[in-house]
Design a protein around this ligand. Structure first.
Ligand code: THU
Length: 135
């Protein structure tokens, strides 16, 4: 599947707009994500922190969980926007890997510039997936 530059930028812009709604009073590191399914639906997410720090939830997982709870599990691409173009944490890579190793991950900075584009397979080599449990 080939994404046009315009499609990529539009997903990045959606994530960056969502990022304004991040709840990150402890880290001051707001993150926004926008996940597009193969059916064309888009789910956004932001990081949501908590005074009890470990209960924080990442932006990517918020977007993924919103999609799954709305019946969508076929993910094509996710954009992630942070101040400095940071990449998804290990936990989010694992959750993405649950659904597809082929999902494209766009990493962009706060100006909306695409910094890196990789697949989940590239971000999480030798991933543990549902296949391992069915053999
Ligand atoms: N964060 C995300 O939302 N996604 C990631 O992949 C990396 C980290 C959030 C969690 C926390 O609210 C803040 O960024 C600093 O770790």
């Amino acid at each position: 599947m080939v994404l046009t530059e315009q499609e990529k930028q539009s997903l990045i812009d959606l994530a960056n707009t969502a990022r304004q709604r991040a709840y990150a009073p402890y880290s001051n590191y707001p993150v926004g994500a926008a996940l597009r399914t193969r059916s064309g639906r888009i789910f956004t997410g932001v990081n949501i922190e908590n005074a009890a720090y470990p209960h924080t939830m990442c932006a990517e997982r918020v977007a993924i969980f919103k999609a799954v709870s709305d019946g969508e599990k076929d993910f094509e691409v996710i954009s992630v926007v942070t101040d400095n173009g940071g990449s998804p944490c290990g936990g989010c890579r694992q959750v993405l890997a649950e659904f597809s190793l082929d999902t494209i991950v766009l990493m962009a900075d706060g100006s909306g510039k695409l910094i890196k584009e990789m697949t989940v397979k590239e971000l999480l080599p030798e991933a543990f997936t549902p296949d391992h449990l069915s053999k």
